[in-house]
Design a binder for this molecule. Structure first.
Ligand code: B16
Ligand code: MG
Length: 232
């Protein structure tokens, strides 16, 4: 028998809500203060990447990695996070990205489970402000995850918490590192955003408003029958 689908595992920033923009603004402010150029192209590399790893990438990008002590780096990360926390204070249920609420309802109506696999330590606060806490069967606590995306750990943890196998899951991501994490977890990957950036995904939609359960299920089932030998 082919694989049976049991669950959808969502990324948060850039998929459920546009906090990706707030991360960008907060990192840009810090980078500029440190005299480091920071544009949207470079910001792509930080999507889905943990706070400290993002800071290291920025310092490296500016050729300043060796200029600062671990204490300085902790201070910079805290500064960025405080700025980010200010920016997300005004999040309301109206900030859920277009199409996501209906998509989640459709998933639930069809009896699939829903998990959240966000690298953000602010995920619980953001989901709460969006009024979506009850929509998730499980939310992974990123503080308990030791390896960031593209490592599959966070997606595997979400599947485990849901009590399903990775191959029974579909992961949804806006970041290349997140798509790679889903693929390494052995799940079916759906990307939302730029087709070129998300070229490793099994299926890509240009925006959240285009997410279609029917199309995803069809692609998942086709993929399942290709990747498993047919029964005699
Ligand atoms: P925090 P996701 C990720 O969330 C963001 O994409 C990434 O830009 C951010 O650095 C990371 O969370 C850590 O966030 O500083 O709030 O702990 O896309 O995995 O939902
Ligand atoms: Mg994301």
């Amino acid at each position: 028998m082919g694989k049976t689908l049991e669950a959808f595992i969502f990324d948060l920033d850039g998929v459920i809500t546009d906090t990706a923009e707030y991360h960008f603004l907060a990192w840009k402010a810090l980078a500029n203060e440190l005299g480091i150029d920071f544009d949207r192209d470079f910001n792509e590399k930080l999507k889905g990447v943990s706070r400290m790893d993002s800071l290291d990438l920025i310092l490296e990008h500016g050729g300043k990695r060796e200029h600062f002590t671990p204490e300085d780096r902790e201070k910079f990360a805290a500064q960025k996070n405080n700025h980010y926390k200010e920016l997300i204070k005004n999040i309301t249920p109206n900030d859920v990205l277009p199409g996501i609420k209906t998509f989640i309802e459709e998933i639930k109506k069809n009896g699939f489970k829903i998990g959240l696999a966000s690298a953000s330590k602010n995920a619980f606060t953001v989901v709460d402000s969006l009024g979506l806490t009850e929509s998730f069967d499980t939310i992974v606590d990123s503080a308990k995850i030791s390896k960031g995306k593209p490592d599959p750990e966070i997606f595997l943890t979400a599947a485990k918490q849901l009590g399903v196998k990775p191959e029974q899951c579909i992961g949804i991501e806006d970041a290349a590192s997140g798509v790679d994490a889903i693929n390494s977890a052995g799940m079916f990957s759906v990307g939302v955003g730029d087709h070129e950036i998300l070229s490793h995904a099994n299926l890509v939609f240009s925006s959240t408003s285009e997410l279609q359960l029917k199309t995803i299920l069809k692609a998942f089932n086709e993929n399942a029958s290709i990747s498993e030998p047919l029964e005699a």
